[in-house]
Design a protein around this ligand. Structure first.
Ligand code: FEO
Length: 393
């Protein structure tokens, strides 16, 4: 058990072995479920719980901390990796009340069947005194559910923002001790979880700018004792700025699409454009998501399977569409044997992207001279578009 400041303890759980979240998101570095105990002179509050798989760790930590009474369980977020052990804690500490906002209360009643009379609801900006420590609640919707709440511990200047600013990174040190590693993990987390809510996040960043923050203690990953590091990263990721980069996810079955992809990679490099190819059969989908945070252009490469895109490409397209990256341009390249409706089908899967589409290049069989010329033109067009938005040096 670790201490952030006197009477502010980390009582959550590390999960070094977990490799998949939501049965979707790869966790190369495991994760943590952070819960925090704040002991005021009059009252004690537990901020969030842990994933039900780790409830015994939370209970052990509370026993070790000598906690014989919890007055408040602050629930920042309804998702079960933080709320899923609330019912167990209520059994152990039957006098505790669950403090949250009305939207999260409704979510918790739906997901966990917590009785309505166990809740205290708070307004945006409302405070709750623990005696010598004061909790101030802030509504921070859409990081990443609509009900998300944050707590600012006024006397200690600690922000507890739940998933916001978090990272799926199990590390034995409480505080960030390796900023490049945490930056990569936090960017992966942002890309996979937060990116669809880029605009609401901008509003939440403005809201916390008004606070004097010494520490940010999220619900996943290490605690930030240099808050500007993660706040500035979020300001960059959520900005409208894109980079002179092309993300190129693709699949190739017999080499035709692969040849086109390789040709286009060389053509882009020759034009000074950074290109990030991802062979979707082998790639870590999290790395693809990270690359989508900044890139100006997405080019998808696919062969044709039964007149449609390769199913693995369709999966990646649906995922990219859900993540709503800020890319400004997109295109489709690929091949077919006898007939293809691949372009129409893929374009239909990308409706959320606010992109200008390049002319598709879909080749019958192996690419030929005229196809390579078309790929050269595509590279020229990408460069011209990147120049038009002033991202080429
Ligand atoms: Fe870490 Fe949205 O739960």
């Amino acid at each position: 058990m670790k201490q952030l400041k006197p009477d502010v303890l980390a009582v959550g759980a590390m999960d070094f072995d977990r490799r998949l979240f939501d049965e979707l998101i790869p966790l190369p570095d495991g994760t943590t479920y952070n819960a925090y105990l704040i002991k005021g002179s009059d009252k004690t509050a537990l901020l969030d719980t842990v994933d039900p798989a780790k409830v015994e760790v939370l209970i052990d930590n509370l026993v070790k901390a000598g906690v014989d009474k919890i007055d408040y369980i602050v629930a920042h977020h309804g998702e079960q990796d933080h709320s899923g052990s609330i019912a167990d804690i209520l059994v152990l500490y039957p006098g505790a009340m669950v403090v949250t906002n009305p939207k999260c209360k409704s979510t918790l009643m739906d997901l966990l069947c917590i009785p309505e009379d166990k809740f205290i609801t708070v307004d945006d900006g409302e405070t709750l005194s623990l005696g010598d420590k004061t909790l101030q609640f802030l509504y921070v919707p859409w990081v990443h559910w609509p009900e998300t709440l944050a707590t600012y511990l006024q006397e200690d200047k600690i922000l507890f923002p739940c998933d916001f600013f978090g990272s799926h990174l199990a590390a034995s040190n409480l505080f960030v001790d390796d900023e490049p590693k945490v930056y990569e993990a936090a960017k992966r987390y942002y890309a996979e979880i937060m990116m669809p809510f880029r605009n609401p996040i901008k509003n939440n960043l403005k809201k916390i700018d008004a606070l004097d923050i010494e520490m940010i203690a999220p619900s996943h990953g290490p605690v930030h004792n240099r808050p500007d590091f993660i706040i500035n990263a979020y300001k960059d990721w959520t900005s409208d700025n894109v980079k002179n980069e092309v993300v190129l996810p693709y699949v190739s079955m017999h080499g035709s699409t692969k040849k086109m992809v390789e040709y286009l990679i060389d053509a882009l490099i020759e034009r000074g454009i950074t290109v990030k190819p991802f062979n979707l059969i082998e790639t870590d989908i999290g790395q693809l998501a990270i690359s989508l945070v900044d890139a100006a252009t997405i080019i998808i490469g696919s062969p044709t399977v039964l007149t449609g895109p390769h199913p693995v490409v369709a999966y990646a397209a649906i995922l990219a569409n859900a993540l709503r990256p800020k890319a400004k341009f997109a295109g489709i390249i690929g091949s077919f044997g006898w007939a293809s409706k691949m372009v129409e089908q893929l374009a239909g899967m990308l409706g959320n992207l606010k992109v200008e589409l390049f002319d598709p290049i879909v080749v019958k069989g192996y690419p030929k001279n005229e196809d390579f010329l078309a790929l050269d033109k595509l590279a020229d067009d990408i460069l011209a578009k990147h120049k038009s938005i002033n991202i080429v040096d």
